[in-house]
Design a protein around this ligand. Structure first.
Ligand code: NDP
Length: 240
């Protein structure tokens, strides 16, 4: 743990693998108290291994971000794992996401549109609303967005259900930033780069370690003036 770092309470969604799992690793390494959520905790082997190495500092809880009933269950469990009466979260990382690849014009199925919107938009928006009372004043909400959600950067008919959902998620970020501004809560839309995960697939350029280290720096440096902004993992502003 760096001597300058004050331990924080952080909740991460979609922590079973990929960028979410790497967030958990780096947050633990810097001394934070982490609540890592996963759809199927029993199957999240790497996460459970980490929990064994960090008893008391890493709690693994079930959460399907696409299901509001699951949000309510998480809220009921939260006081049991937040150390201290009335303890609140300093950082919420809305990381869970889904990308349905191979969609072609004229053949985009309703089920994939629906799943993308529920997971990438409705999920983080409603979860943040539900968790708002458990966020500390001055907390940060980091929404994992994507450059593929940038309307200004559209270049062909690619990953439509994902792109539409991330553009909508960007609007959710801006509105949440407005809604939470009175409490000094900063809400960010963050593009992690093209990252070597299951979703990133072949050709991804950036290791998850590198992306997450950059994202944590961006989050750590964010002030109220950055709230509602769309930024990449190196801190560069992105066009909506
Ligand atoms: P992965 O596909 O590797 O991992 C996705 C994670 O989200 C898994 O933990 C998965 O859980 C979880 N998840 C999916 N649906 C749900 C759900 N309904 N409820 C809870 N958890 C769910 O993706 P990445 O790690 O690469 O991506 C993380 C975030 O970064 C996403 O929001 C993505 O859109 C964004 N991003 C990634 C980029 C990249 O290049 N990798 C580029 C731009 C943005 P399970 O194991 O249960 O499936």
């Amino acid at each position: 743990m760096s001597p300058a770092h004050r331990p924080r309470r952080v909740l991460v969604t979609g922590a079973s693998r990929g960028i979410g799992l790497e967030f958990v690793r780096q947050l633990l390494a810097r001394g934070d108290h982490v609540i890592a959520t996963a759809r199927h905790p029993g199957r999240a082997q790497a996460l459970n291994h980490l929990a064994g190495e960090h008893p008391g500092r890493l709690h693994v809880l079930p959460l399907d971000v696409a299901d509001p009933k699951s949000h309510a269950e998480l809220v009921r469990e939260l006081p049991l794992v937040l150390d201290g009466d009335g303890a609140r979260l300093n950082l919420l990382i809305n990381n869970a996401g889904v990308l349905h690849s191979g969609e072609r014009f004229g053949h985009v199925p309703l089920a994939q549109m629906d799943d993308s919107l529920r997971t990438n938009v409705t999920g983080p928006f409603l979860l943040t609303q539900t968790l708002a009372e458990h966020l500390a004043d001055g907390a940060v909400v980091a929404n994992l967005s994507s450059i593929l959600g940038s309307i200004a950067r559209v270049d062909g008919f690619h990953t439509p259900s994902y792109a539409i959902s991330k553009a909508a998620q960007n609007m959710a970020t801006v509105l949440l930033a407005q809604g939470l501004s009175e409490r000094g809560i900063v809400v960010l839309a963050l593009h992690p780069g093209w990252v070597q995960t299951d979703m990133g697939g072949d050709g991804a350029q950036i290791a998850a370690e590198q992306s997450v280290a950059g994202l944590l720096k961006v989050i750590g440096n964010a002030t109220q003036a950055d709230s509602g902004h769309y930024i990449d993992w190196q801190g560069a502003p992105l066009p909506w």
